[in-house]
Design a protein around this ligand. Structure first.
Ligand SMILES: Nc1ncnc2c1ncn2[C@@H]1O[C@H](COP(=O)(O)OP(=O)(O)OP(=O)(O)O)[C@@H](O)[C@H]1O
Length: 860
């Protein structure tokens, strides 16, 4: 077993007491864990009678600062005790005896399955069966590298959130998603596919960022299995600007690859020290993803190439150190602030041309109103010397309503934004205040972190501003993902309703203790509000001070993650979606700027235009031809039409049908089949599952075994297993659910193509020799019929290493058609045996929701 190390400290395990039943122990434990102290007596000074009182009312001196105990404990708790509420909730559910079968199926199906199998195996191993001594164990004796694999998740998304995201992909997004997933799957199987370089583009609101979140989640999940260190990053999400990276929970390209602000060629390599620490973090990197690539220039791309080569230590000049790269963006939107955009030949090193394949999203999802979406598409490619159509001009001019409203005002320049925000602050908030950040630095003599006089000269990777001006009534925007599950995310806008202050102390300044914000979307902060009553407004959410590490030597900044938001620059809103916006087209200074501003809203009614000028809506003329000349990514055809004369069976180990019935319904290839054969349905006898257009036939595990031996009695009672069949309503099927025959199976016939088929599942703990004997009944059953015969299912025997079932089937005249591994572990355990049938082909298709891939069997 390899020793795993963490790069960040974490509290691993400690006793948990109930704040209601055992308050004294609860608060003692809180203080012990999260208040730095030398001796236990410091946790309840004499003048406090209880730990709870000290926690609520106590204060301690840190250097020159006096800080409330509660603030320190809460801040440390938030830092180290992540997701504690969710853990408590889960524990409560467990104690209440809620059936968590499908929850585990969603969280870690494979681990859960193996756990059950281990339990089963332990039991079955006690049954003396000399003949089976060798073959009852095979699949569990996996190679030592994978036997302790941990599913790491750096994406910050729960499995449930991720499944929701993956389900929502439209056909175009799915095609690109599965293309990348296929590459990751091949990589996982050790097939060493060539690195790919992909440019995902499309107009504003075509769902590019949405798609890369899906790609990021799934490729991280798959590729992390290649690494033994849970801290390794196989996939990273970056963006060209701070704002864009905050939008998608990424970090900037500069920060990720330690690239300074000044990117000058020739390339300046990183020193050995620095590259070593970067290599420690990114040594296992397989796919960096770069969002908003329209703002990346050639120099920056050369630096990404240089850093990747240094990290990967590739001896040759292969581009990007032989890692794959996904670049996402729209050249018709904002170009780099400085430097030459990638679509323009720089007349020097050109890493862009001919190295990237393009995949374009064309379906606008942000705007549901087709005429508005179509007009935006025309504005996107509109050239300076062309005239806009009178219809488009009319449509835009109609939006010069002169309406005064609180919606976000979007301006081309910073000066316009500041002027508008301050003007609004003065108008609306007579008692406005300015909150100066508290910066801390390490004292080189004592090594301790101390409050700094003034501010850090340069800060990185933080949205916490030096000064935040606001007042009650001010429109503000949250700048940080404070709690994603509660909607407290970067970009959430609202209005300040109260500013809380601490009781003033001698050496304390006027730093507020919290800002109460009523967010525009009432769902934002809902969970927080359900836990604590709001004094100042029923819908206000408490925003507390945040702390970021802002310098390389450990310097910190404390500030509220807020900024005035009556107005924003166009550069700040690239990537944002809002319901309503007031766009000023005065002082537009670059191509794409007007298009970005006008395309932020979901509906035309949500758009208000000031200073309309059609001449400022234009793109760079070189983009069209540059895009046309890029090689296209070859994608599977996702607009399926059934091929006449071909009958298709989808076969899939679904690992809980109840958990994944929605996922099946969005899988375009599976849904196009004439019938869907599922193993491991995990259904109970009484469960009903429906897919429109199909009839469901169910043979759950409990109905498959009799009580003739302890093994079968045991299997019968175990959760999981089972087989099920969805038959297309318009086709005539004869389905037979057999009486308990000690094999999890069902039979079906499709008379019009003379097909007789059996669908089977063999649990891992079912001894192979015994299973082989019972399989003979299945074979005999099909022999009763003439015509094509297919026996298929999950047999839990890896054909690549073992042949018990394969040999039996060959003896009876069947050929096995699956040639490649079907699981993430590289095993081939889903088999398709055919007899008396010509022109049958099997294709492996990717799925995101099960550890098994699906099979598409085509009978011509
Ligand atoms: N398949 C989808 N189903 C439902 N909503 C989607 C889908 N794809 C994207 N969206 C939503 O549409 C909006 C725009 O998507 P997104 O921000 O990903 O577009 P984009 O192409 O990155 O836009 P921009 O170029 O302006 O940054 C978002 O609110 C997103 O959640």
């Amino acid at each position: 077993m390899m020793k795993r190390t963490r790069t960040e400290p974490a509290v691993v395990r400690y006793p948990r007491f109930s704040p209601k039943k055992d308050p004294e122990k609860y608060f003692h434990s809180l203080l012990q864990l999260f208040l730095p102290h030398y001796e236990d007596c410091q946790l309840k000074p004499e003048r406090f009678s209880t730990y709870e009182e000290f926690y609520n009312n106590g204060a301690v001196k840190c250097g020159r600062d006096v800080t409330q105990v509660k603030c320190i404990v809460d801040a440390n708790r938030a830092l180290f005790e992540k997701e504690s509420d969710k853990i408590d909730q889960a524990q409560q559910l467990l104690e209440q005896g809620v059936d968590l079968e499908d929850a585990w199926a969603a969280l870690c199906p494979e681990t859960e399955k193996e756990r059950h199998e281990c339990i089963e195996l332990r039991k079955t191993n006690t049954i003396p069966d000399e003949d089976d001594s060798e073959c009852s164990i095979p699949d569990l004796v996996v190679n030592p590298r994978t036997s302790f694999s941990i599913e790491t998740n750096h994406t910050g998304m729960s499995r449930e959130e991720a499944l929701g995201l993956l389900r929502s992909l439209n056909a175009q997004q799915s095609a690109i998603f599965y293309k990348v997933r296929k590459w990751c799957f091949e990589k996982l199987l050790g097939e060493n596919p060539e690195p790919f370089h992909l440019f995902v583009t499309g107009g504003a609101g075509t769902g590019k960022s949405h798609l890369i979140k899906a790609i990021y989640y799934e490729s991280s999940r798959l590729l992390s299995q290649l690494s033994e260190n849970p801290d390794d990053r196989s996939v990273i999400l970056t963006a060209s600007t701070g704002v864009a990276s905050f939008q998608i929970g990424a970090s900037t390209i500069h920060n990720t690859f330690s690239i300074g602000a000044n990117v000058k060629l020739p390339y300046q390599p990183l020193s050995d020290d620095k590259i070593n620490s970067l290599r420690a973090k990114l040594g296992g990197l397989q796919i960096p993803i770069i969002d908003e690539v329209s703002m990346v220039d050639h120099h920056l791309l050369s630096y990404v190439h240089g850093r990747l080569r240094q990290i990967k230590q590739t001896g040759d000049y292969s581009i990007f150190g032989r890692v794959s790269l996904v670049c996402v963006g729209d050249f018709y939107q904002l170009p780099p602030v400085k430097g030459i955009p990638l679509y323009v030949d720089p007349k020097g090193v050109n890493l862009w041309d001919n190295n990237f394949e393009i995949a374009e999203l064309t379906q606008v999802v942000r705007q549901q109103d087709t005429s508005f979406a179509e007009m935006l598409n025309r504005l996107r490619v509109h050239k300076k010397n062309e005239t806009l159509s009178p219809n488009d001009i009319n449509m835009l001019k109609q939006r010069e309503t002169g309406e005064e409203c609180d919606a976000i005002h979007i301006f081309p320049t910073n000066a316009q934004v500041d002027e508008y925000n301050i003007q609004k602050l003065n108008e609306c908030c007579p008692e406005a205040i300015t909150i100066h950040a508290r910066d801390f630095a390490r004292n080189p003599e004592t090594g301790r972190i101390e409050r700094k006089v003034g501010f850090h000269a340069k800060v990185f990777n933080s949205c916490l501003d030096k000064c935040v001006s606001l007042g009650v009534g001010a429109r503000v925007m949250l700048r940080k993902n404070v709690d994603v599950s509660d909607g407290l995310v970067n970009g959430a806008c609202g209005t300040v309703v109260h500013i809380s202050r601490k009781q003033k102390r001698d050496d304390d300044d006027d730093f507020p203790s919290a800002i109460h914000v009523e967010f525009d979307n009432p769902n934002v902060g809902k969970v927080q509000r359900s836990k604590q009553q709001q004094k100042y407004s029923p819908n206000s959410t408490v925003i507390e001070v945040e702390e970021d590490q802002v310098t390389n030597d450990g310097g910190l900044r404390r500030q509220f993650p807020l900024k005035l938001a009556w107005a924003c620059t166009i550069h700040k809103v690239q990537g944002l979606t809002v319901d309503k916006a007031v766009v000023s087209l005065d002082k537009v200074f670059s191509p794409g700027q007007a298009y970005v501003a006008l395309s932020r809203v979901r509906t035309l009614d949500g758009l208000i235009i000031n200073n309309f000028k059609d001449s400022v809506i234009y793109c760079n003329e070189k983009i069209d031809s540059a895009m046309k000349n890029m090689p296209r990514l070859a994608l599977e055809n996702y607009s399926f039409v059934k091929t006449p004369g071909v009958f298709t069976i989808a076969l899939h180990n679904v690992q809980s049908l109840r958990a994944h019935v929605q996922d099946i319904q969005v899988h375009r290839q599976i849904m196009n089949a004439d019938c869907i054969c599922l193993t491991e349905t995990w259904l109970k006898v009484e469960d009903q599952v429906q897919i429109p257009g199909f009839v469901f036939e169910n043979n759950p595990r409990a109905k498959c075994y009799d009580n003739s031996t302890p093994l079968f009695t045991d299997l019968k009672q175990q959760r999981g297993g089972g087989v099920g069949l969805f038959c297309c309503e318009s086709i005539h099927f004869n389905v037979i659910i057999p009486e308990p025959c000690n094999v999890e199976c069902l039979y079906f016939a499709v008379p019009h193509i003379s097909l007789n088929a059996a669908l089977l599942y063999r649990p891992n703990s079912y001894p192979l020799n015994l299973f082989r004997q019972n399989m003979l009944h299945v074979i005999d059953e099909l022999e009763k019929h003439s015509g094509k015969k297919v026996i298929m299912g999950d047999f839990n025997e890896d054909i690549l290493t073992s042949s018990t079932i394969g040999t039996l089937m060959e003896l009876h005249g069947y050929s096995q058609l699956v040639q490649h591994p079907t699981t993430e572990k590289g095993t081939l355990i889903d088999h398709v045996y055919v007899k008396d049938a010509e022109n049958v082909s099997v294709e492996i298709v990717q799925t995101y929701y099960s550890y098994h891939q699906a099979l598409l069997i085509s009978l011509r």
